[in-house]
Design a binder for this molecule. Structure first.
Ligand SMILES: [Zn+2]
Ligand SMILES: [Zn+2]
Length: 92
């Protein structure tokens, strides 16, 4: 597992990876899709619809500019704003 990240809002949390369009919902942008998966190490990643549809080579070229690290709570919240319902949300 990768090292924890310290979030300004949520404190020390698991690290997750997104594209900048996913986190732009926090600065007022319209939700642009949230296609998530867990990578080979079980870490959470999510891309917006546009980034998901990039060819692998195109994504590789753009990743340094577009990739962002967020805490897992921010990741979950970005998902909710895109209509994702997480299993644990049913209990709250
Ligand atoms: Zn994107
Ligand atoms: Zn956070």
């Amino acid at each position: 597992m990768r090292p924890a990240i310290t979030c300004e809002i949520h404190g020390k949390q698991r690290r997750a990876y997104v594209c900048e369009h996913v986190v732009s919902v926090f600065s007022g942008a319209q939700p642009s899709g949230f296609v998530w998966r867990r990578d080979d190490e079980g870490e959470y990643e999510a891309l917006c619809s546009a980034c998901t549809h990039m060819a692998p080579a195109e994504w590789e070229a753009n990743m340094p500019r577009l990739a962002r690290e967020v805490c897992l709570e921010c990741f979950a919240e970005a998902g909710r704003r895109n209509g994702i319902l997480w299993p644990n949300d049913a209990n709250t």
